[in-house]
Design a protein around this ligand. Sequence first.
Ligand code: ATP
Ligand code: MG
Length: 270
Amino acid sequence: MTLPTLRDAVAGGIRGPVRLREELRASGVSPRVEPSSARSDLVVSGLRVRYGEQVALHGVDVEVPAGSCVAVLGANGAGKTSLLAAISGLHRPVEGEIRFGSVRIDRRPAHRIGELGICHVPEGRGVFPNLSVAENLRLTLEGDEEKVEAALERFGRLRERLRQRAGTMSGGEQQMLAVAPAVVGGYRLLLVDELSLGLAPVVVDELFSVLADLRAAGTAMVIVEQFADRALELADHAYVLRKGTVAYRGAAAELQGNPDLLHRMYLGGS
Ligand SMILES: Nc1ncnc2c1ncn2[C@@H]1O[C@H](COP(=O)(O)OP(=O)(O)OP(=O)(O)O)[C@@H](O)[C@H]1O
Ligand SMILES: [Mg+2]
């Protein structure tokens, strides 16, 4: 059986902030996240995810303490994207539990998870290529001019290109446009999948400094990254997934200072 991949879903127009917001709009629920005193810890327990016969996660436990940054690393096919997709409700797990604060979310549809303040920035650049930068921002930020202005303030490059069609911009500029709603949306937890893929180092620096500011302001995040160093620099905690299981869990600093350990975790040595 051929199942659509998440990449297909993204290519087909399904992307975190936009899709969640569209669904919210359709359901008449306000997408705005009100400040909440609830703890935003994410606790994933015994998560099992499969695609038909293919098991992607075999009972994974992950914790994201409130306001902290967790790096999820691992080789191709380790299950990183599957973990984020299960958390954001894009792919329903077959077993296990996911709690966000006091709310169990693993049986909720994606829009009801977004409503709690979780934003998924999926792999690949999700912009509307035929719309201008301004139109993209108005659409994804639902015409909230204050947030559009905040996005332009944060990504000055986009202001210079307001009338340009998004699809004609550089990869880095498109990625800025894609993450802008996540950055100014007032979310409590960001799930960021391969933000830096295919981008020039200077652009990656800029995007990571935006994440660092958000984190300093108290937004929790789970970062999946090819470039382990960048993610570990930002993160408090790190997980290495290997073939759908957790091969390492510990302080990000420990992995950062120990490239041999990281290498062994990726390759499956002890
Ligand atoms: N739609 C799908 N249908 C079938 N199998 C899938 C699907 N999506 C993922 N898989 C399989 O699930 C496993 C985990 O894939 P996943 O995309 O979560 O890994 P990943 O760590 O994100 O990899 P990458 O670094 O390549 O992005 C892999 O074996 C993959 O082939
Ligand atoms: Mg992936």
